[in-house]
Write a protein that binds this ligand. Sequence first.
Ligand code: NG6
Ligand code: CA
Length: 515
Amino acid sequence: MKRAILFIILISVFATCRDISFGSETQKTEKKPNIIIIYADDLGYGDVGFNGAIEMKTPNLDKLANEGVRFTNGYATSATCTPSRYALLTGVYPWREKDAKILPGTAPLIIGTEQMTIPKMLKLNGYHTGIVGKWHLGMGDGHINWNETISPGPNEVGFDYSYIMAATQDRVPTVYIENGDVVGLDTNDPIEINYKENFEGQPTGKDNPELLKMNWHHGHNSSIVNGIPRIGYMKGGEAAKWVDEDMADRFLKRAQDHVKKHKNEPFFLYYALQQPHVPRTPHPRFIGKSGMGPRGDVIVEADWCIGEFVKTLEEEGLLENTLIVFTSDNGPVLNDGYFDDAVEKLGNHTPAGPFRGGKYSLFEAGTHVPFFTYWKGNITPAVSDALVSQVDLLSSLAALVGRKVKGQDSEELLQVFLGKENQGRANLIIEAGTRTALRQGDWVMIPPYEGPERIEDVNIEIGKSKEHQLYNLKEDIGQQHNLAESNKEKLQEMLKTFESLRGKDYKKAQNLELK
Ligand code: NG6
Ligand code: CA
């Protein structure tokens, strides 16, 4: 009898335990996962250990990539920043939007406030949405008063919270902007910005080399901020100007605070790092850490930031319920306008990995970038060779949160991003300075474009040729053998697909980066 009672007690304890565990299971699956996109600026495919870099050490990124799904065929849509960011957020190819090209700091917002975006879609689904870091998609309507709340901007296209730099680290205004307001602005010292002419009496990189701590190589000879000559002229706003060396810490802290603050609701964070874009200004504690000069040092710094950021997610108990996507807006460049030893101290490191070209290029290195997803406990470590692009994230993240939102050019590849399937896109249009090309299967076809084949200042072949170019990446990852002549059939097939997707006006490409 006693035994029978004990048995009944045990059974009921067991059942209760099961109930509890079922309960938490259900809760776990019902809870909306947080989503974080970490976006590097100008980081090359070969700049990270997880893609084979040996000299460049990126242990924090490597750990995430190796425990997540690492994509060997992951693409930005474009070989420069603005168009790639446009596609990432809207799910629309940037060549459909005539203003999606490298923007000055005064450019108006190029995303329509009526347009669907990743943050807007997630917001509609109950997410808190935030951006910390580089924006570069324009602000205002073309006549910005930097001394009043600037609108429209990130907050008008889906972000509940924004803490950004308006354009790039090398462009004015060199100030942080929080929810449309310049941070730390003294109203007695108003900011004025002009991209055409200087303000009277203001020193410039061109005329005042004695004031510079970093010298310009090409471009970058207008206003001087923090001893660094910039693109564009700026007056006033002294108290609000950023200190470049503190930028990484500043963005990191904001990103950390943000996830701590919103940990009790589903959140989306777009953490847009400024590294390794020029000017490369590592915090003093990272100087010399890579042995490759400032470009390497800021990559080490970015890797450290990501490590710290992930630590915060872990400490807050968020890691098992957070999908992290990591990628870069375009490929690598060494000399992008400053003398900063990027070329001289490179050693054996290969920022572009096995690819030809670099930033600004239609060759692979322009758009074929580092790319991984990580989700502790939900993603099984894998290497995927599926063809995926940042433009696919809108539709795929919508699927993750159970919404049927589709960006115009955004393919729903959720299972691929989660490493559960391996069938990616059939093809992808890539873009560089408004020129476009087609990747399909293992093949890349670049139509003929007029003009110089390389940009001498940055020493990059931009993929331009008067002839058609056809490459088989499986056999020729470095794009050394143009098969357009020897495989006319394939060329015709590719051209047909390309023109059906792109339309014939691709021929009007504008040589933008050469201006
Ligand atoms: C170019 C700049 C380059 C960089 C780039 C934008 C010159 C000569 N070069 O025009 O330094 O700022 O624009 O880079 O000014 S991106 O990654 O934001 O697209
Ligand atoms: Ca960039």
